[in-house]
Structure formats: C-alpha cells, structure tokens
Design a protein around this ligand. Sequence first.
Ligand code: NAP
Length: 234
Amino acid sequence: MKKALVTGGSGGIGEAVCRKLAEDGYFVYIAYSSSEEKARKLAAEIGGEAVGFDVVDSAAIKKAAADIGALDLLVNNAGISEIDLFTSISEEKSSRIMSVNLIGAMNCARCVLPDMIHRKSGCIINISSMWGQCGASCEVDYSASKAGLIGFTKALAKETAPSGIRVNCVSPGFIMTEMNSRFSQEDLELILEDIPLGIFGEPRHVADAVSFLASDRAEYITGQILAVNGGMVI
Ligand code: NAP
C-alpha cells in the first residue's frame, strides 16, 4: 500500500486531502500540530494514523519520518496566516509565518527525500496560495512565504527529477475553511464579486488537484503550479 504524509492534516484543506488520498488507496499519516483529537478522529475514520509535530521542529520531523519509514507522497499543507499592515506585524510573527509556511515545508521535504532518492521514486506537493502568485495587501509576509514555496517547488523539481521524483504545487484561491472564518458576511460578499466562477472554493477542490498531481495521470508533470481559484487569479 502506498503511504502519504499530509502536514496540516487536522485543518480544513488537509482533512479533505487526507480523505481523498485514502479513497485513492493511500495509507495516510495525518500530521497535526495542536489539533490532536481532530487528527485522531479522522485517522480512525479513514484508517490512517495521526502524527504530531511542529513543522518548524526538524528533530521532531526526523523522528516522525524515521518511525513512518518509506513514503510515496508528502503533501506540505501546514500553514498559518495573519492579516495586518506589513509595518504593524511584529518581527516575531513575521518570522513565524515564514518559518511555518516555507521553512516547515523545506524541513519536511529534507527529511523524506533521502529515502525517495534512494528508491528513485516519490512525489512532493506543496500547497501555496494565489497570494504567492500575485501578492496581497495586508498579507505581505504570508504572500512572501507562499511565493517562496513556488520557487522551492520549481527548484526542487529540477534537482530531483533525475532521481525519479516529481515536485508540484497547488495554489488555492479563497477556500472556505477555519483560516477564513475571520471574514465578515460583508467581506465575503465583496470577495465573491472577484471570483469569476461565482462560488467560493471548497476543500475538496484542492483535494482533487492534489489527487491528480499525485497520480500516474500526472507522471509527466513536475515543477508546475496548479491554480485552484475559480478564476480569481489568472
Ligand atoms: P486551517 O484549517 O487553518 O489549517 C491549518 C493547518 O496547519 C492545521 O492542520 C494546523 O495544525 C497546521 N499547522 C499550523 N501551524 C503548524 C505548525 N507549526 N506545524 C504543523 N502544523 C501546523 O487552514 P486551511 O485553510 O486548511 O489551509 C491549509 C493550507 O492551504 C495552508 O498552507 C494555507 O496557507 C493554504 N491556503 C488556504 C487557503 C484558504 O482560503 N483556506 C487559500 C490558499 C492557501 P493544528 O490545527 O493541528 O495546529
């Protein structure tokens, strides 16, 4: 059975990705940071396993990766965001956003790659954001971290393709999850006006893109950014 590790598996998009990958036949390791109960409940439902670590903690990731053993798929989905003026966000918060969203994905990839390279097979999918493609006012740190993930995807894809590994990126638009619960009804109506397809994204839309990129149907695709945003950024 193929094995997948999904970071942020306890979150809105992560849960849908875990469910979809389980449907696709993967044994799924659902990585959480603080939402242990949610991850365990999901693991029981889909027949996977919950694993806890902070993506910033390299030693904890190494230990989890060693316990898991050979992985076929890593989905770097853990992420945090903060909405404020660039000049108002503290250095500490700014650095936490970069660490979790970008360095965290690099930490996880670094831990699983040696084995993938050894086996000449594997797949990594990074979850970026439309703001990493075009930048968002009041989400400067978040946009920079997500743009970094796009650069990371392209460079790592080139470096690991000769080892039979594919690295791709999914770039979601506005997806209805906890991350967006801070928006008022009025904000949501304004945002909806900017989405050409006229509906908000759902976690399953992102999960379907991940499922495709992980599958053999995408065997000739690497280093690409697949936007799932209802046309909001083209
Ligand atoms: P969410 O529901 O808030 O989930 C975030 C997930 O990240 C949670 O599982 C959380 O784990 C995990 N996480 C946060 N900090 C972590 C850390 N230090 N170490 C390990 N895990 C950590 O958010 P979401 O909407 O599903 O977003 C998932 C990904 O999609 C994020 O990377 C986000 O930037 C990206 N994205 C989302 C949208 C959107 O509109 N929702 C749009 C574009 C991109 P715990 O709960 O266990 O702490």
